[in-house]
Design a protein. Structure first.
Length: 120
């Protein structure tokens, strides 16, 4: 059981590290980070960012290697539906002007960041 617990802690740390890296990447591109790890009973949004009136709901996936496939592949149809529902909930909870919405995936393998705009 210790190995499993250690692995989960490692995965959690990698996830936090990946979200930090993704947030900095968006900021370098001129986005403002509006929210991180926003939670509801439905789940959690990793990042909500905004630039020029466009709100972006971003799912971050960080993997040490691509041994088990690309990080972006972990954002399947079920995950996409959940993120869309979470985005509706976030919008209901925040009075934020917007000109558009977008759903991105930030896939991090090792230290390589791949931003997939309008991923779904």
């Amino acid at each position: 059981m210790r190995a499993k617990k250690s692995s989960n802690l490692s995965n959690n740390a990698r996830g936090r590290w990946g979200e930090d890296l993704a947030a900095r990447h968006y900021e370098r591109l001129g986005y403002a980070v509006l929210d991180r790890n926003w939670r509801s009973s439905t789940g959690e949004l990793d990042l909500v960012v905004e630039r020029d009136g466009t709100l972006v709901f971003s799912e971050v996936k960080a993997r040490r290697t691509d041994r088990y496939g690309p990080a972006a592949a972990a954002v399947g149809a079920d995950k996409q539906r959940r993120i869309r529902q979470l985005a509706r909930e976030w919008l209901d909870a925040h009075d934020v002007p917007r000109d558009g919405l977008r759903f991105d995936v930030v896939a991090i393998t090792g230290t390589t960041v791949q931003l997939i705009e309008s991923a779904f």
